[in-house]
Design a protein around this ligand. Structure first.
Ligand SMILES: [Zn+2]
Length: 509
């Protein structure tokens, strides 16, 4: 037992929590930017064990249960408890996650003709296989390997995570516990998602016929997820998004909206090449708001532009949070918000005027690009809506897990019209409903986009008043309130799919 002087008070938990979280973030950044060979997270967890111990959970629970009617205090207590619950769930499956990483690094897919392919390269090989027979064969062999070796491991992982969360006894079951500690009404979101699937069914049929049946030459009943990976790889427009223009043009856009893209030096842009550096862009907040790393290695192509815009949205968010506010507001809370801001920026690639001004896309290309982007956007949205419905089956406790492969393939297949492999039922899952945050982020970016257009016109992204407004109303607040409260405060609207439906319809008009 710790003596009285060492007792963990809420204030000490916050301070220690920030030190620990920042240390993990720094280790992660060093490893992925190529500054260190690995992240040594195990050692960090051992050194800061008290931050995620029994006493820490007790402190968070006590704060959460002491409801004095103060909304801000209640929200911070919720964020602190959610962080404790998520960290415990992550720790309960850490050994299995490590085993999975080790497995995926060495697993090999053997094709019927004897060719051997590293498991991790299978999705890339599928996306690049113009020969349909080849991509289906790779996917069949991959799925057979997953069913044999990875699926049992994942099943154990999800069972352990469920037991760790339900074992806390916070609410009736896994779904209820998530709703309680996140403040997100997950079942209401699933009902909205089901309505969105119905509302966009006709549009999806139209785009599917255009891009899969006519464009891809694949009969409607036969298209598979492997075909989707191939059709969505989207190299067709890459020449219009050159690597050399990416950084200067996107930074120019942020300056034109009245924001310093590097936030007075708090955002450190790293474009240097070095061994061990990740190929794709990422954002690593190491001190919030004072040290945010935006790491990229431009190679060209539309995907690079999208990733950079997305990560820059995250970076601007972290770098503009009000200094000195509690740990919970800056590091914890509802990640629908930071993902929503990232999407607000990456969705500029759907914007006619933006594409013409910064990417220099010719008018005739803009229309074709927007249609292709609508196909991609609606595919992803419908996939995430279906994933949420399926994850409620997985976590809901009402179904036998032996039935999950069938439920997964049926649910995802019905929503997307691509056939899914039952073997992926426990592989294609973002744990702890992270996919629900993405759906809310999609809604939030659409609502913010509508409000910005109302206030600053449709080219708000070059209006020097829009950036300062966004910084004061949204960025500065960090994640001190859940995404639905932020939407209500800033846009006057509840989060919903309605503005997304309108945007999709405009893209294909
Ligand atoms: Zn993101």
């Amino acid at each position: 037992m710790p003596n009285h002087a060492d007792r963990l008070t809420p204030e000490r938990l916050r301070r220690a929590g920030e030190v620990f979280t920042a240390a993990v973030a720094r280790a992660w950044w060093m490893a992925h930017a190529g500054h260190a060979p690995g992240a040594a997270l195990q050692a960090l967890h051992e050194r800061h064990a008290a931050v995620l111990g029994e006493e820490a959970l007790a402190v968070a629970l006590e704060l959460f249960r002491a409801d004095d009617g103060d909304v801000a205090r209640r929200q911070r207590a919720r964020a602190l408890l959610e962080w404790q619950v998520e960290s415990r769930a992550a720790r309960a499956v850490a050994a299995l996650d490590e085993r999975e990483i080790a497995w995926s690094r060495t697993a090999v897919v053997t094709l019927p003709w004897g060719e051997r392919l590293p498991y991790e390269q299978a999705p890339i090989a599928i996306a690049n296989a113009g020969d349909r027979g080849r991509r289906l064969a790779i996917d069949e062999a991959r799925a057979a390997l997953v069913a044999r070796e990875l699926a049992p491991l994942r099943r154990e992982r999800f069972a352990r995570e469920r037991d760790a969360v339900e074992g806390l006894g916070l609410a009736g079951g896994y779904v209820e516990t998530f709703a309680e500690v996140s403040g997100i009404d997950i079942r209401a979101l699933a009902a909205d998602a089901a309505a969105f699937l119905r509302d966009t069914e006709a549009l999806w049929h139209e785009l599917f016929a255009e891009f899969v049946v006519r464009g891809g030459g694949i009969a409607a009943g036969e298209a598979t997820r492997a075909d989707a990976l191939y059709l969505l790889r989207g190299h067709a427009f890459d020449a219009h998004f050159p690597a050399g223009h990416l950084e200067p043009e996107i930074l120019r856009q942020v300056r034109e909206m009245g924001l310093d893209p590097l936030a007075g030096g708090r955002i450190r842009l790293d474009t240097a090449d070095r061994p061990g550096k990740r190929a794709r862009a990422f954002c690593a907040p190491v001190q919030v708001p004072d040290e945010v790393h935006l790491v990229l290695r431009p190679q060209g192509g539309a995907a690079d532009w999208r990733t950079f815009l997305h990560e820059l949205g995250h970076a601007l968010h972290f770098a503009h949070m009000t200094p000195g506010t509690p740990f919970e507001d800056r590091w914890l809370g509802d990640h629908s918000i930071t993902e929503g801001l990232a999407m607000l920026f990456d969705h500029r690639l759907h914007d006619r005027g933006w594409l013409a001004r910064y990417a220099g896309l010719p008018r005739r290309v803009v229309a074709a690009w927007r249609r292709a982007a609508a196909f991609e956007e609606l595919q992803f949205l419908r996939r995430y809506c279906a994933k949420l419905a399926y994850e409620l089956v997985l976590y809901g406790g009402g179904a036998s897990w032996d039935d999950l492969p069938g439920a997964y393939a049926d649910t995802l297949g019905a929503a997307t019209r691509f056939r899914y492999q039952p073997a992926d039922a426990l592989v294609d899952v973002d744990p702890r409903f992270y996919g629900a945050r993405y759906l809310r982020a999609w809604q939030l970016q659409a609502a913010l986009g509508t409000t910005l257009t109302e206030r600053f016109d449709e080219d708000w992204w070059r209006n020097p008043a829009s950036g300062p407004w966004l910084a004061a109303e949204v960025l500065a607040h960090g994640q001190r309130e859940p995404g639905h409260d932020l939407a209500q405060r800033v846009t006057g609207q509840a989060l919903s799919f309605a503005p997304l439906v309108r945007a999709l319809e405009a893209m294909v008009a």
